[in-house]
Write a protein that binds this ligand. Structure first.
Ligand code: PMP
Length: 344
């Protein structure tokens, strides 16, 4: 079969090589040029396909994963979906401990993709036996022939993006990139891409995106883990209540924090200005880009790449639901409104 003709041996050959598209209207008034790397074009609809495939295939090479083995992971949803998809293609079991902050769509998606899902409380300390970290560890211990992916503390998470996302961005911008704006959760995307890009050109600025209620920005600035920073928030996959070793803080220049409300509004604005149907963290990344622009980070020569991690279809009952937005107190006259349905 010939890949050049668009024919693939299996779905997993479609992971990576995602398109980049120029942003034309949402960035109006910002100096420079802006391009979005559309990770929702991966077959599992998020950037997590990259790390899931890389970690699974590394375990296969080491002989840890064998036919009939079980893949175990903690996940806000996207990594789980990617792992469940890979498990189906390759014939493994998949057991996932997810946070109860994950949208119902995401949990149902994991179940539809054949995974066994354990829903755990989000607002407990990481070492609580009910936390998704502890639940995954217990499942791994109790399940023979299982592999624990451990994305927050697995250096292969960074390596996946160092080997794929970074080089793709360099090639797609023909080496002209000046700034990269990336959401930081495990930190794999930002760290791996940044390591590669800074090797090519150390002047490229790496601009991180963190959530209000997360510890990452403060840790980056002070080297201290400040528990007082931790507050409940709604954006899934962004920020953290612990310090992941899958984040290389040394290659990140600066962090900007965004609010749940601003990120949700911005996601709806992306649709209206660009026609892209973005996930919640795409809104966060775009909001942070605006905040960076307002602080004077960019000039007329800037070539800014923003990474859009996943697809809006996973948030129909969240940021795209007016009912949910009202429940959060996020519904005011400035919210880009959905038109009412006309029943004929
Ligand atoms: N956005 C979404 C929707 C995610 O699921 C994640 C992963 N937690 C991220 C952004 C952040 O990516 P990373 O884990 O590579 O920092």
């Amino acid at each position: 079969m010939d890949r050049n003709k668009g024919v693939y041996n299996n779905l997993l050959e479609l992971v990576g090589q995602t398109p980049m598209v120029q942003l034309n209207r949402i960035t109006e008034g910002f100096p420079g040029r802006y391009f979005a790397k559309l990770e929702m074009f991966n077959p599992g609809h998020s950037a997590k396909d990259r790390i899931a495939l890389h970690i699974v295939e590394s375990a296969e090479k080491k002989g840890i994963l064998k036919p009939g083995s079980t893949i175990v992971e903690t996940t806000s949803g996207n990594t789980g979906f990617s792992l469940a998809m890979i498990a189906m293609v390759k014939g493994y079991q998949c057991k996932l401990a997810v946070s109860d902050k994950s949208s119902v769509d995401k949990i149902d998606g994991l179940r539809a993709m054949g995974a066994e899902v354990y829903v755990c409380p989000a607002n407990v300390p990481a070492d609580d036996p009910r936390s998704y970290y502890e639940v995954a560890k217990r499942i791994h211990k109790e399940t023979p022939n299982s592999v624990y992916i451990n994305q927050y503390f697995n250096e292969l998470n960074i390596e996946a993006h160092y080997e794929t996302t970074g080089p793709e961005i360099w090639k797609q911008t023909e080496g002209k990139i000046t700034h990269l704006v990336v959401a930081s959760g495990t930190g794999g995307t930002i760290s791996g891409s940044a390591q590669y890009l800074k090797e090519q050109n150390p002047n490229i600025k790496i601009l991180g995106v963190d959530a209000m209620g997360s510890v990452l920005k403060k840790f980056h600035e002070t080297g201290e883990f400040d528990e007082n920073e931790i507050k409940p928030y709604k954006i899934e996959g962004l920020g953290k209540n612990l310090i992941p070793t899958a984040t290389d803080f040394s290659v990140i220049d600066v962090y900007e924090k965004v609010s749940d409300k601003d990120a949700a509004y911005k996601a709806r604005e992306i649709i209206r200005k660009e026609g892209i149907f973005p996930g919640y963290t795409c809104g966060a990344v775009m909001q942070a880009t605006q905040q960076y622009a307002e602080k004077g980070f960019f000039d007329a020569n800037s070539v800014v790449v923003v990474v859009f991690p996943d697809h809006g279809s996973r948030y129909m009952n969240k940021i795209y639901s007016d009912v949910w937005m009202k429940e959060q107190g996020f519904y005011d006259s400035e919210l880009p409104q959905n038109k009412p349905a006309n029943y004929v």
